[in-house]
Design a binder for this molecule. Structure first.
Ligand SMILES: *Cc1c(COP(=O)(O)O)cnc(C)c1O
Length: 372
């Protein structure tokens, strides 16, 4: 027996962890700070930690009621029905569900490059093919409707990452709306808002409801419910629960009931649901995280002695020349940053927003490395 042909499939390459790097360099993990995976600089919400501890002796139960409670809380937050909230094992799990619900074998998805590699990986698992639109460095990683629509060729799913990883840029909501309007009726536009909390821009969730009808055959402007935009959100970044694996898609009401037919039973674990609900109610933790991330990305942009790109996320992309060499030198100095070679950007490193002390240390070390 052999697995199916996986030659088109690529491995996901995650940012490297502290333990892994410390072991490799034969050093004490305490000496390192990891600013490579856009994790929360303050860790999880204390309320989430408490909920996990309090729930530990109940993990023999399937998470039925808790799944419903978290779904209802999210539905209320976003002003959608419970059915429209597709909880999943991380945002990545939600991408899988969207593909299960949309892709027939051979259908294409359109993804940004550079971009988040799991869009394409998941599409391939679901027997789909991948085409790309360029988010190009010479154009400052500009994200626009034109760029997407020029590349668009009837794909079944179109991915818009806003804020975009790794550049930090974002789409204007009008551009998202135009893309949804000008792509085919059977094309789903997925707006990945994994970093949505860190930007001041409004969520594309508003596009799930009624939108102005752009069909010119209508004599007067009308508003009609639309069913071609979905939004992806996660607890991994601003909520600090990356290790628990909790995310969700918000989908149009018209086909929200497909969830029951595509989800893995008990998609989000009991602990994830409990912690997610607690984290959701701890607004102070998110606010502190977002405020610090904004401070950190501004500080880095101002003080790093290399070109940077405006970021709306909890990270900053820096053009350092030789990313692999710089990331390695930074590692030696105890600061782990993301070498963006795997994103196809061998000149760039991506630095996650840390605490104030971590941010200052990262900038100091980076400037010394660049100056060498
Ligand atoms: C982190 C991230 C996600 C989701 O990650 P999960 O941990 O699976 O929730 C999705 N899209 C982008 C662009 C990300 O950076």
């Amino acid at each position: 027996m052999r697995p199916r042909d996986l030659s088109d499939h690529v491995e996901y390459r995650a940012g490297r962890g502290i333990e892994e790097v410390a072991r490799e360099l034969g050093r004490d993990p305490e000496e390192f700070v990891k600013l490579a995976s856009n994790e929360n600089m303050f860790g999880p919400s204390p309320a989430a930690t408490e909920a996990i501890e309090a729930s530990a002796d109940e993990v023999h139960h399937y998470p039925t009621a808790d799944h419903q409670d978290l779904t209802a809380a999210l539905a209320e937050q976003w002003g959608v029905t419970d059915e429209q909230v597709w909880l999943a094992n991380g945002g990545d799990g939600a991408l899988d569900y969207l593909h299960r619900a949309t892709l027939e074998p051979g259908d294409d998805v359109l993804v940004p490059t550079p971009g988040f590699s799991y869009y394409g990986m998941s599409a391939r698992f679901h027997h789909g093919d991948v085409s790309e639109y360029d988010v190009s460095k010479p154009d400052g990683f500009e994200l626009s409707d034109e760029r997407v629509l020029d590349a668009y060729d009837g794909e079944r799913v179109v991915y818009l990452t806003s804020p975009h990883n790794p550049s930090g840029g974002r789409f204007a909501l009008d551009d998202v709306e135009r893309i949804a309007d000008e792509t085919a009726e059977e094309t789903l536009v997925v707006v990945d808002e994994a970093y949505g909390e860190f930007t001041e821009a409004p969520s594309a969730v508003s596009l799930l409801g009624e939108r102005d009808d752009v069909d010119e055959s209508h004599s007067s402007a009308s508003r009609a419910p639309r069913d071609d935009v979905a939004v992806l959100r996660t607890f991994s970044k601003a909520y600090g629960l990356a290790g628990l694996r909790l995310g969700y898609a918000l989908v149009p009401e018209a086909w929200a009931d497909a969830y029951a037919r595509v989800n893995t039973p008990f998609a989000a674990s009991f602990l994830a649901c409990r912690a997610g609900l607690a984290a959701l109610e701890d607004g102070a933790h998110v606010e502190r995280t977002v405020d610090t991330a904004r401070w950190s990305r501004d500080y880095m942009a101002e003080h790093v002695a290399a070109p940077t790109y405006e970021s709306h996320g909890n990270f900053l992309l820096v053009d350092v020349g030789d990313a692999t060499a710089v990331a390695e030198a930074m590692r030696e100095r105890g600061v782990i940053v993301r070498d963006c070679s795997s994103f196809g950007l061998p000149e760039c490193v991506r630095i996650t927003c840390g605490t104030k002390a971590e941010t200052k240390r990262a900038v100091r070390e980076l400037n010394e490395v660049i100056g060498e």
